[in-house]
Design a protein. Structure first.
Length: 321
C-alpha cells in the first residue's frame, strides 16, 4: 500500500494524538515527577485488558525493577534494547539519553551484549562486537514487543534479505512472506528459517512466524533474571508515561522532554510511513491491522499464541467462528 494512503488512514487519530502530544509536553513536561498522560492517543483496541491498573506502569515484569536495583550498583547499570527484527527496537535505542538520567554513571546502550535480535539463550555465550562490552549480569534488557498482527506485515514489507527465508522441504528457500495462500490459510509444511546476525551455525527453524514471535518473547517472559518488556505501541503512542516507568525502574530520574525528542526515533521505520503522523495513523488504524488477515489466520493466531496475545492486549480481533 502506498505510504500516502497509509498516512491517510486514521489521520484524525494521528493529528489529535500529535496535537495532544505536543501541547502536553510543551506545557507540562517540566514536572518530571508526574508526567502527562496521553491516554486518548492509544488506540482503543490496545487498551484492554492492558494497560494495568497503574497507568504509568507500562512495563511487563515490573517485579524485576527492585531486584535489578538491589543486585547491580548504579555505576554498573546498563539498560539495553532487545527485540525481534522490525519490532521497533530503534524506539528503545534512540530516545533514552534525552529523557532519563541514571545515577552514578549508569547508561542506556544501543543493544544487549548478546545481540538485540538474537534469542535469549545467546546471553553469556556470545558477544556482539557492536554492543557495549559489559558483564551480562549488569544488563537490564529492555525488550520491545510488537503486536504480531502488524509485526508480520511490516517484517514482510521490509524483507530482511539473508536473515529470514520461507521454505518447503522439497524446494529451495523462497521469499514468500508470510506463508499464506489465497484462501487465507497458513501453508502446511512451510517453515520459517532465521539466520541470526553475526553468528556461525545460528540458523534456526520455526513452524511459522507466529511460533517465532511466541518462542522468542516467551523466553524473556519466563526468564528468572531481571528484564523489562514494553510494547512498541506504548512507546509510539504514550512515550512519556512509558519512558518514565522504564527510567524509574532502573533507578533513574525522568527529565523534561521537548516535543521534538521523540519524533526522529518514530520516523525510522523502514519505509512503512513518511513521518511521525504517518506511523501514528498506520498503527492506530484497526482496518490496517485486521484487513490483511482472514478468519483462518485469526484462528491460527489464537491456537498458537492465544495466552500471550491476551497478556499483552493483542487479542482484539474477530472471534473464531
Amino acid at each position: 500500500m502506498p505510504s500516502a494512503k497509509r498516512a491517510a488512514v486514521g489521520v484524525a487519530v494521528a493529528v489529535v494524538a500529535l496535537m495532544t502530544w505536543h501541547a502536553t509536553l510543551g506545557g507540562r513536561a517540566a514536572d518530571a515527577r508526574a508526567p502527562p498522560r496521553i491516554a486518548s492517543s492509544l488506540p482503543a483496541f490496545y487498551q484492554g485488558p492492558w494497560p494495568p491498573a497503574d497507568a504509568a506502569a507500562r512495563i511487563f515484569n515490573a517485579g524485576s525493577c527492585r531486584r535489578y536495583r538491589a543486585a547491580v550498583p548504579p555505576e554498573r547499570r546498563l539498560v539495553a534494547p532487545a527485540g525481534l527484527l522490525h519490532a521497533g527496537t530503534h524506539l528503545a535505542a534512540a530516545v533514552p539519553p534525552q529523557v532519563c538520567r541514571l545515577p552514578g554513571g549508569g547508561a542506556f546502550g544501543g543493544e544487549v551484549p548478546w545481540g538485540k535480535h538474537n534469542p535469549l539463550d545467546f546471553r553469556g555465550v556470545y558477544s556482539r562486537a557492536a554492543a557495549p562490552p559489559r558483564d551480562p549480569g549488569d544488563v537490564l534488557p529492555l525488550v520491545v514487543i510488537k503486536d504480531p498482527l502488524t509485526w508480520i506485515q511490516g517484517l514482510c514489507d521490509v524483507a530482511y534479505v539473508g536473515t529470514l527465508s520461507y521454505s518447503r522441504a522439497e524446494k529451495p528457500p523462497t521469499p514468500r512472506c508470510p506463508k499464506r495462500n489465497a484462501t487465507d490459510s497458513w501453508v502446511p509444511g512451510t517453515r520459517v528459517v532465521v539466520d541470526y546476525h553475526d553468528t556461525a551455525a545460528a540458523e534456526r527453524t520455526y513452524p511459522s512466524l507466529v511460533h517465532l514471535w511466541k518462542e522468542w518473547y516467551g523466553a524473556y517472559m519466563t526468564d528468572p533474571r531481571p528484564n523489562l518488556i514494553v510494547r512498541y505501541e506504548d512507546l509510539l503512542f504514550d512515550p512519556v508515561a512509558t519512558w518514565t516507568a522504564v527510567c524509574e525502574c532502573a533507578g533513574g530520574a525522568a527529565l523534561p522532554v521537548p516535543p521534538a525528542a521523540f519524533q526522529p526515533a518514530v520516523v525510522k521505520g523502514y519505509g512503512r510511513a513518511d513521518d511521525a503522523a504517518g506511523y501514528l495513523a498506520l498503527y492506530g488504524s484497526e482496518a490496517e491491522r485486521l484487513g490483511y488477515w482472514g478468519a483462518r489466520d485469526f484462528a491460527f493466531f489464537r491456537e498458537v499464541a492465544g495466552e500471550m496475545l491476551a497478556t499483552f492486549g493483542y487479542n482484539s480481533f474477530p472471534p473464531t467462528p
